[in-house]
Write a protein that binds this ligand. Structure first.
Ligand code: ATP
Ligand code: NI
Length: 324
């Protein structure tokens, strides 16, 4: 039986700014089953990070969740008190950020940070927490974990720091890991290595992951399911096979064309024409219509049905995921 781990329904998050309200999320639906790896993919500004922040209830000021529900194992996270939510963040869901400095405090040694966070969240003694820290540092292929524990963040390279923050996040043994572009700040060779390490640990421990990226290529080998997000809405959802072999939404098709391909290395890097919409005033109808090669007159006025559920679906008036 597939067990639902996280279920997001009609999530709406806005930022009230001096120059108007930014409608960052305009009804996001997304389900992650236990043990599943789901990729959330879209261009810059599409709402990926705000989705992650909303799940953790860490939306930056002046943002707020204005509607919808987020359930973890059937419990509505939006109804929890802030102290209950804090324990969810320490125990049930952890996040790995793009910049490892975000999760590491420069003032404390790696030992005290790992022992403090792992020990506190899992109710372990210092020596038990230290063994867990070493176990996970070994798991992320960290050379000489004991020496790393004695270091301070500034003594480690970017790749090493990111491995420490991955080990720390995994050391919580959370139900769900949210990884927001965790390798983009690293150089390309290190990116590949950290990605491989993370994949190995995730498979070994059978973890559930929400992997956030702007690059569809990255999620292809790692994820089971893909949700494509555009202008604060999931516009297509499906298995990796559905998305790569039978993409239905024109935006997904455009995203697929932007994946660098070794065979076309001599060609210019493809980009999607036009710009991402201003979320203070998103386009009418289907938000993608101004950039869409297949748009019809109705797309300007009618909003397509949202993607819901866990089958292959696209939010498009012209193409249906069942068409091909
Ligand atoms: N603190 C904020 N104040 C105002 N608007 C914000 C704030 N944070 C995010 N937004 C807006 O919310 C929308 C979604 O942003 P988000 O950071 O989720 O994009 P993203 O998909 O993560 O992009 P990237 O790939 O660049 O990280 C954007 O229009 C962004 O400008
Ligand atoms: Ni982001």
């Amino acid at each position: 039986m597939t067990q639902k781990l996280l279920e997001i329904n009609d999530l709406r998050t806005t930022f009230d700014t001096n120059s108007g309200t930014v409608n960052a999320l305009r009804g996001v639906n997304l389900t992650i089953n236990e043990g599943e790896r789901v990729g959330l993919v879209g261009e810059s500004g599409s709402g990926k990070s705000v989705t992650a922040q909303s799940i953790l209830r860490l939306v930056d000021s002046p943002g707020q969740i204005v509607d919808g529900s987020i359930e973890l194992n059937g419990q509505d996270l939006l109804s929890l008190s802030s102290s209950q939510m804090q324990s969810v963040r320490g125990r049930d869901i952890t996040m790995i950020f793009q910049d490892p400095s975000t999760s590491l405090d420069p003032v404390y040694s790696i030992r005290s940070q790992m022992i403090e966070t792992i020990g506190h969240n899992r109710n372990l003694s210092d020596s038990e927490a230290e063994s867990v820290a070493i176990e996970y540092l070994e798991m992320v292929d960290m050379p000489n974990p004991k020496r790393v524990l004695d270091s301070y963040p500034h003594e480690l390279s970017g790749g090493m720091k990111q491995r420490v923050s991955i080990a720390m996040a995994l050391g919580f043994e959370p139900d769900l890991i949210i990884a927001d572009e965790p390798t983009t700040a690293l150089d390309v060779t290190v990116q590949k290595k950290v990605m491989d390490i993370f994949q190995n640990v995730v498979s070994e421990k059978d973890l559930s992951v929400l992997w956030i990226t702007h690059n569809l290529g990255v999620v292809a080998e790692f994820c089971d399911k893909i949700a494509v997000i555009y202008a604060g809405e999931v516009v297509e959802y499906g298995s990796v096979y559905d998305i790569f072999d039978r993409p239905a939404h024109p935006y997904t098709r455009e995203l697929l064309r932007t994946i660098p391909n070794i065979e076309r290395a001599d060609e210019e890097l493809r980009v999607i024409e036009g710009t991402v919409p201003n979320m203070r005033n998103p386009p009418s109808g289907c938000a993608f219509h101004p950039r869409c090669p297949d748009a019809e007159p109705q797309c300007e006025t009618t909003r397509p049905d949202s993607v819901e559920g866990q089958e292959h679906q696209a939010s498009c008036l012209v193409h249906d995921a069942g068409d091909q």
